[in-house]
Design a protein around this ligand. Structure first.
Ligand SMILES: [Mg+2]
Ligand SMILES: [Zn+2]
Length: 199
């Protein structure tokens, strides 16, 4: 089935995760993973809606302020933009465990994205993440799930990187639609760039 939306976890998918128990608190701690920018651009070129859904409990713990997270996300967007890629939205849960409806594996972030983008159909969505909680959220909304890890989970595809996962998604899409080509043009992405030759 042709997909319309890809939900990306952030840490361990787009950027190198902070050490266990720590958080990415400032732009200088943000290190993009190899191929991540290219992967997002590939998804953009297909006309897919690309949204980040990320748990950021460091805010509840007082390890960072909401403004710190905003600065990190501004840096994330600018590093993507430098490679001709863009995110259509970033949704985060700042809360403590067991205190909200949005911390993954709960689905509140996905519901919020759907309110902002009513065209989202979860059955035509994929969730790409690096942890079991991402995959549990995917199962709850009925989305395709792709795990960037060698861990084997029932009903979940594995990928070695975000670029590998993006190629899995794009490989099942067929040629870009007119809307996808128009979207790529309006974002300034040259339509002659077709990613890594996966088609
Ligand atoms: Mg992660
Ligand atoms: Zn929350």
């Amino acid at each position: 089935m042709r997909l319309t939306t890809v939900f990306l976890d952030r840490d361990g998918v787009l950027n190198r995760p902070a050490p266990e128990g720590d958080y990415i608190k400032s732009p200088d701690e943000l290190e993009m993973l190899d191929g991540a920018v290219e992967a997002v651009r590939l998804l953009n070129e297909q006309g897919l809606l690309v949204l980040v859904v990320t748990n950021q409990r460091g805010i509840a713990l007082g390890r960072m302020r909401p403004t710190d997270l905003e600065r990190v996300h501004a840096a994330l967007r600018s590093r993507l933009a430098a490679g001709g890629a863009r995110l259509d939205g970033i949704y985060h849960c700042p809360h403590e465990k067991d205190s909200c409806e949005c911390r993954k594996p709960l689905t509140g972030l996905f519901a919020r994205a759907q309110r902002d983008h009513p065209e989202i159909a979860f059955a035509r969505s994929a969730v790409i993440g690096d942890s079991a909680t991402d995959m549990q959220a995917a199962e709850r909304i009925g989305a395709r799930s792709i795990l960037i890890s060698s861990e084997v989970l029932e009903g979940v595809e594995n990928a070695a990187s975000l670029l590998d996962a993006a190629n899995l998604v794009v490989g099942g899409q067929g040629p870009p639609t007119a809307r996808a080509r128009a979207s790529a043009r309006s974002s300034g992405v040259p339509t002659s760039i077709t990613g890594s030759g996966s088609r």
